[in-house]
Design a protein around this ligand. Structure first.
Ligand code: ZN
Ligand code: ZN
Length: 363
């Protein structure tokens, strides 16, 4: 069974270029041969992902596929040859293209040596509910691609330097005139770089990049919630050709609290009270993020009512102050009664003014 390129990348038919690129990057990393040495199925997956991206990243091929179900004879022939001969064209040894320029996409199109901003990275960090209220400093490990530490990104063995590409004269593109029109395409010799490396750096095999794990101290602000993103400028993937580095986004995951439920900056707490307390009013000790306090439950409080305790919620992420604590009254019905309780309730039923036969239901 063959899959459509959309299925291969796990994106919707109407996915944006950005979504397609993101999905591709994720899968290509996952199945990259360097990460799965000797795993033939990963290699097949990798080729399939590569082929799907090749098709969907090219507006014309994608249109053709959407219209005809294939991108023509060289394209994506109904998916039948996925992983077959067509994809053998892709050189698995060319790490530079896979982990580098191809993701940026700009190298092939933009010609020689254009500065390209590094990609943004995202990582998740889990913190406790208590820490989310107080704020906390955490250390996050991030695997990012940076300039090679030995050749500093040139790809050339230290002591040597890249030379201007003889085929394109450093332009990065070559033109091919057909009749009245000239078509330019990335230079096949230098892959659009404009320069070639005669003696590749041994450390990075001439790619000029390496993957390295770095650790950053990140301050998670007080009041952070699940999904809160903290941006670390310039800590993403390194830029190319002198371009700036991307950013790192740390996405916060807050462990749920057994007591409190977040509602914006407010915290909701269930407070069980007896029928007598709700009917007659009572003072009840309740926990708050900073110690227990006495909550006044007014006489005649119905179950589900929210009683607001000002300023005892979570800190506002932006600006000052704190949200409120919302005590949600839960009138509890005892499963078992003592003899005295039963007698008191029987007595209450007798003297109760409410006649069940006159019960009014909401309409
Ligand atoms: Zn190097
Ligand atoms: Zn060239």
């Amino acid at each position: 069974m063959s899959r459509s390129p959309y299925e291969v990348l796990g994106v919707a038919k109407n996915a944006s270029d950005d979504e397609i690129k993101k999905a591709y990057r994720k899968l290509a990393r996952q199945y990259h041969p360097d990460r799965n040495p000797g795993d033939a199925s990963a290699e097949d997956q990798f080729k399939e992902v590569q082929g799907a991206y090749d098709l969907l990243s090219d507006p014309e091929k994608r249109r053709a596929y959407d219209t005809f179900g294939s991108a023509g004879p060289r394209g994506f022939p109904g998916g039948a040859n996925m992983g077959g001969a067509r994809f053998e064209e892709f050189n698995l040894g060319d790490l530079g293209d896979l982990l580098g320029g191809m993701f940026g996409g700009a190298r092939a199109r933009g010609g020689a040596r254009q500065p390209i901003r590094g990609d943004d990275l995202e990582t998740r960090v889990q913190i406790s509910f208590e820490d989310s209220l107080k704020g906390i400093q955490v250390r996050v490990p991030v695997e990012a691609e940076t300039a090679c530490s030995v050749c500093h990104g040139t790809g050339a063995e230290p002591g040597t330097a890249p030379v201007v590409c003889p085929q394109c004269g450093g332009r990065g593109v070559v033109s091919d005139s057909q009749g009245l029109f000239a078509f330019s395409q990335p230079c096949p010799r230098c892959q659009g770089n404009g320069s070639i490396v005669e003696k590749p750096c041994k450390h990075c095999r001439g790619v000029g990049r390496e993957r390295a794990t770095k650790r950053y101290a990140v301050k998670i602000p007080a009041g952070a919630r699940s999904g809160t993103r903290v941006r670390l400028k310039g800590k993403g993937e390194g830029g190319r050709n002198g371009g700036p580095a991307g950013d790192l986004y740390v996405v916060v995951d807050v462990a749920p609290s057994p007591l409190f439920e977040r509602r914006g900056a407010d915290l909701v707490l269930d407070v069980p009270v007896t029928y007598a307390e709700a009917a007659l009013g009572a003072s009840v000790q309740i926990p708050t993020p900073d110690g227990s306090i006495a909550l006044k439950v007014p006489a005649g409080t119905e179950s589900g009512k929210l009683l607001r305790v000002k300023g005892r919620g979570a800190p506002h992420l932006k600006g000052n102050g704190r949200g409120d604590l919302l005590a949600r009254v839960k009138v509890t019905i005892p499963k078992k009664l003592t003899k005295a309780e039963r007698e008191a309730l029987e007595e209450y039923r007798k003297v109760s003014r409410e006649d069940p036969r006159e019960r009014v239901f909401a309409t």
